[in-house]
Design a protein around this ligand. Structure first.
Ligand SMILES: *Cc1c(COP(=O)(O)O)cnc(C)c1O
Length: 370
């Protein structure tokens, strides 16, 4: 008997068809492969300034307590979030990254009879969590690389249980107009949960931000997810959160692991939330870096998708995979997005001015080679 085949038949049908998530290439891996040092990684939308010094101090202060279990209710972090965003603590769910919240939603609310709607080019975790529980993903073709809300609404039927919307979307960076988004949420029937993934919320120009938390009052089927991985610079610690109706938070709380956020992560996230200066510096370096990259693209004769996040997808007008490989040889890691049905694009995270320059120089050379 072939053991591999046997395990295949033992896996659930949804899991059999799963394609694993492809993360950005780790710096250490490229160092090992090429014997290079001084590698620039602009592949995972991480904060180029690193974590807040206040978060590092909070981690240090927590170290002597590591023999204890963390607070399984995350009281202090929830209290800080509730104060900052004017919500009740009972509306907050903490996750091991906001990815975990997406998974908890799938486990709490989806069965194999349900359909889940998301857009073409949308974040790769949506199909994964949907398929893992045997539900059916319904992919709606994008409009100008963004969500086509009319088409998504038209796809809703009795079997629809959940809709995922990333705003801005990763990897396209497209942002929905706040009033259109609100109209969409208001038009959803009450048996459909709307998951609004705002992983890049802090980077959105304040004039264009949706007041999504205020919408929770009128729309009990809305769940807003955010994260400490991007603007707060704590991707390695894995902390995300959601705001929702307390009834939804109650069910997420039932399916999660009792200690899903570790002690250092809870302490660091609470401290990071209070470090306004670090956040403002992060936003400023991102705005400058975005301009630097798009000026560079323009000089190279390339087009890009205008982005509201801390990354930008650029049309390299040839195989993105080929240019990606050529950039790797020059010690620059970016993200090919062929798996998002964007084979001619590369997604580039905004780095420091020096990292952005290195990337643009390498890109110019790579385009000449490929
Ligand atoms: C990065 C990202 C997330 C969350 O990542 P976590 O590290 O798990 O918090 C969620 N949604 C989108 C669209 C992202 O790009």
């Amino acid at each position: 008997m072939n053991i591999t085949d046997n395990f295949y038949s033992l896996a659930t049908p949804g899991v059999q068809r799963l394609v694993p998530y492809t993360p950005g290439k780790p710096i250490e891996e490229l160092e090992r492969e090429l014997g290079l040092s001084d590698i620039v990684k602009l592949a995972s939308n991480e904060n180029p300034l690193g974590p807040s010094p206040m978060a590092l101090a909070a981690i240090h202060a927590s170290l002597p307590d590591l023999a204890r279990y963390p607070d399984g209710n995350g009281f202090k972090l929830k209290r800080a979030l509730a104060e900052k965003f004017s919500v009740e603590m009972s509306q907050i769910t903490l996750g091991n990254g906001s990815n975990e919240i997406l998974e908890l939603l799938a486990r709490a609310f989806l069965t194999p009879t349900h359909e889940v709607i998301f857009s073409q080019h949308a974040f790769a975790v949506y199909p994964i969590v949907t398929q893992a529980v045997g539900a059916t993903g319904v992919v709606i073709p994008a409009r100008a690389y963004g969500h086509d809300l009319d088409a998504m609404l038209a796809a809703v039927n009795d079997k629809t249980r959940l809709v995922f919307i990333a705003n801005p979307n990763n990897p396209t960076g497209t942002l929905l107009a706040s009033d259109e988004l609100r109209r969409f949420i208001a038009a959803l029937p009450s048996h459909v949960l709307c998951v609004l993934d705002e992983a890049y919320y802090e980077f959105i120009d304040p004039k264009s931000r949706a007041d999504s938390i205020a919408w929770l009052v009128d729309h009990p089927n809305l769940i807003v997810t955010r994260t400490f991985s991007k603007a707060y610079g704590l991707a390695g610690l894995r902390v995300g959160y959601s705001f929702s109706n307390p009834g939804i938070a109650d069910f997420l709380n039932r399916v999660r692991q009792p200690f899903n956020n570790n002690m250092l992560a809870l302490a660091a996230a609470e401290a990071a939330l209070a470090d306004h200066e670090h956040l403002q510096r992060t936003i400023a370096i991102n705005n400058d870096g975005m301009q630097q990259l798009i000026d560079g693209f323009r000089q190279l004769g390339l087009e890009w998708i205008p982005s509201a996040g801390n990354f930008v997808s650029v049309d390299v007008k040839r195989s993105g995979e080929g240019v990606y490989q050529a950039l790797l040889q020059k010690g620059v890691i970016v993200r090919p997005v062929a798996n998002y049905e964007m084979p001619d694009y590369l997604r580039i995270s905004i780095g420091t001015p020096a990292e952005n320059s290195r990337c643009l120089e390498a890109l110019q050379a790579a385009l000449a080679d490929v």
